[in-house]
Write a protein of this length. Structure first.
Length: 294
């Protein structure tokens, strides 16, 4: 099966150009001034936040968006396994220009922020590979995240280069698994495959924060199987309401991802589970209501 994503080039440019110019402007400002806040903003486009890069794809083609979500989550889990396997250190903490939680005090290769960014933005760039403006914007995000990790002195160049390579390889694999399959159960297969990866990674490195990826994934999977037969509501939604759904979803998910890590593992898992639910449910609800009351 091939995926046909044909859109008016002018429409795509109008959507992507402001985003690309904003990121480019921020990157240039950070390079010129070496301002810590600017680098922190750029670094936040990676790691868990990079899953939001999949939201625009989800409101265009929901099933493909769900695969992109799991591509990002798999990258995070595999990154933990690779860190545990290579066991290469980060730069010493006294060099860091930003405070990191205690669970960051371990191995540095590959960079998780860069790897998850390369997986999510890389997946989107593969889907829209016919549009240079989209590919350029996606890789601008990846490069910005990678540079920020080095400029904040929390990673060596080898870490971000490795993260970018591994992340993009995962994006290619997930895209090929989806696009080359003719089975109507391919989404189910990829979700089960993702959960298997989580289990294998956690059993290998026993890094407790792999459970976070599992929690988000279960939330996404649950809502996907509940709503997949009604995804046409999302596909035929007007673009203005799709934009609104993204704007509403992102801050809610950010809040759910920022629960204090001292409240207990069960509450952390519940919060991240609700984040996964929100990534699918909120766009659906907004587009459903926009169709119902127009």
């Amino acid at each position: 099966m091939t995926i046909n994503m044909q859109y008016n080039a002018r429409y795509v440019t109008v959507i992507t150009l402001p985003v690309a110019l904003t990121v480019l402007g921020l990157l240039i400002y950070a390079l010129v001034t070496n301002n810590v806040i600017s680098w922190i903003i750029l670094t936040d486009f990676g790691a868990g936040y990079s899953i939001f890069a999949c939201l625009p794809l989800f409101v265009i083609e929901p099933e493909l968006g769900v695969v992109a979500y799991f591509t990002t989550l798999i990258a995070g889990a595999v990154c933990d396994a690779l860190k545990y396997f290579f066991r290469l250190p980060r730069p010493p903490p006294y060099l860091w220009r930003v405070h990191l939680p205690k669970y960051y005090y371990w191995y540095g290769f590959p960079s998780g922020h860069t790897m998850m960014a390369a997986a999510s933005y890389g997946f989107v760039s593969i889907v829209f590979r016919r549009y240079l403006q989209v590919v350029t914007t996606c890789w601008l995000f990846i490069i910005s995240v990678a540079l920020s990790r080095v400029m904040l002195y929390v990673h060596y160049p080898r870490d971000v280069i490795g993260g970018a390579i591994f992340g993009f390889i995962i994006a290619i694999i997930m895209y090929l698994l989806y696009s080359r399959s003719a089975s109507k159960y391919k989404d189910t297969f990829l979700i089960l495959f993702s959960l298997l990866v989580f289990i294998l990674v956690y059993s290998y490195c026993r890094f407790i924060y792999c459970i976070i990826d599992v929690s988000v994934g279960i939330g996404i999977a649950l809502m996907h199987f509940l709503l997949k037969d009604r995804y046409d509501i999302i596909r035929r939604g007007k673009w203005i309401w799709k934009v609104v759904s993204i704007i509403v979803t992102v801050p809610i998910c950010v809040l759910l991802m920022h629960v204090p890590h001292n409240i207990g593992l069960l509450f952390i898992m519940l919060s991240y589970f609700m984040c996964g639910v929100s990534l699918v449910a909120i766009p659906f609800i907004i587009l459903y209501l926009s169709e119902r009351f127009r």
